[in-house]
Design a binder for this molecule. Structure first.
Ligand SMILES: Cc1cc2nc3c(=O)[nH]c(=O)nc-3n(C[C@H](O)[C@H](O)[C@H](O)COP(=O)(O)OP(=O)(O)OC[C@H]3O[C@@H](n4cnc5c(N)ncnc54)[C@H](O)[C@@H]3O)c2cc1C
Length: 285
């Protein structure tokens, strides 16, 4: 399949890119892992494609006090292999290492992935469990929001026309904290049929803090606040985690497709929540 004709530009700074995106029917191109197939299938027919790949200001991972700032065009491989993230935000590095295959991780970017908002994408579970924030930039202004507000629905985000994801902000994880991302991968693509991210902290023999993010199960990723509440204050025993994991899909309208029915996805969600909680707990200091 051949894409419809389009204008291509490759600006070398953010200001120029935002100006181009502000004018007309333009689409940002990052890794192209999702956009190019959509264009070839003519499901996306932008008149102008603005390549973000030559803007050095969008590619970085750096610590800023107690947070880590990640530029939008940072690739999945760069997230996976970053010494800073592995040491200080291992949950995100673990999620990145689970994406597709090495070719996809070498090209695909964190900004492109969140902007695309595929309900089976891996990052959202970890970003929600990390209570990440996202910075959106346009030619006129810039705004920051919690990642939970950014994911609106299936393939739908809070991005306005002309706006770009500029940066993701994740916390430096507490040294005593354990975390884990566990997924059931669709065998051909690697996309998450269900993916669960968990963070656990313990104090005085009890779970003092729990965060759980879920991807793949529903139309949009979500934080399982009911699981967190069920875990916090317990001793974190196998049966505590089992009881908590059992409620992860409560009240959720689960996706159903040729890979997994809604009921099977809900079952997988409980099993993988239990796994993620157990492994996160075993990694606490
Ligand atoms: C074979 C295959 C297997 C895959 N497996 C997985 C998997 O297991 N898990 C997983 O999570 N993902 C998987 N993916 C998707 C992959 O992670 C993509 O990298 C990601 O969805 C899109 O990122 P990209 O950088 O390629 O964006 P692009 O394809 O370039 O863009 C995607 C969309 O986001 C927009 N966009 C891009 N950057 C920005 C920005 N900074 N601000 C605003 N809008 C922007 C584009 O305009 C477009 O609409 C797979 C993809 C393929 C092809």
């Amino acid at each position: 399949m051949i894409a419809q004709n389009f204008e291509y530009s490759a600006p070398t700074n953010l200001k120029e890119a935002l100006k181009l995106l502000d004018a007309g029917e333009a689409k940002a191109l990052a890794g192209g892992m999702s956009l190019i197939p959509l264009m070839k299938l003519r499901l996306a027919t932008p008149e102008q494609v603005v390549d973000l790949g030559r803007i050095p200001d969008l590619n970085y991972i750096r610590q800023d006090k107690d947070v880590i700032r990640i530029g939008a065009t940072t690739t999945h491989y760069e997230v996976e292999s970053s010494a800073l993230l592995r040491a200080s935000c291992p949950l995100l590095a673990e999620a990145a290492s689970n994406i597709g295959d090495i070719q996809v991780r070498n090209r695909g970017t964190i900004g492109g992935s969140v902007a695309h908002a595929d309900p089976a994408a891996d990052y959202p579970a970890s970003l929600l469990a990390l209570e990440a924030r996202v910075i959106l930039a346009s030619a006129k202004s810039e705004r920051e929001m919690p990642i939970a507000a950014f994911f609106v629905d299936t393939f739908t985000t809070a991005l306005e026309p002309g706006e770009l994801v500029r940066e993701l902000i994740v916390p430096v994880q507490d040294k005593s904290e354990g975390s884990s991302y566990q997924k059931v991968a669709q065998p051909a693509s690697g996309f998450a049929i269900v993916g669960i991210a968990a963070r656990i902290r313990k104090s005085g023999g009890k779970v003092s803090f729990a965060r759980v993010g879920v991807t793949g199960l529903a139309g949009k990723p979500y934080r399982a606040a009911n699981v967190e509440k069920a875990v916090e204050g317990t001793a974190g025993s196998a049966s505590d985690f089992q009881k908590a994991a059992a409620v992860v899909a409560e009240g959720v309208e689960a996706n159903s497709d040729l890979h997994a029915s809604a009921n099977y996805r809900k079952h997988l969600a409980s099993v993988y929540t239990l796994r993620a909680l157990t492994i996160a707990s075993s990694r606490t200091a």
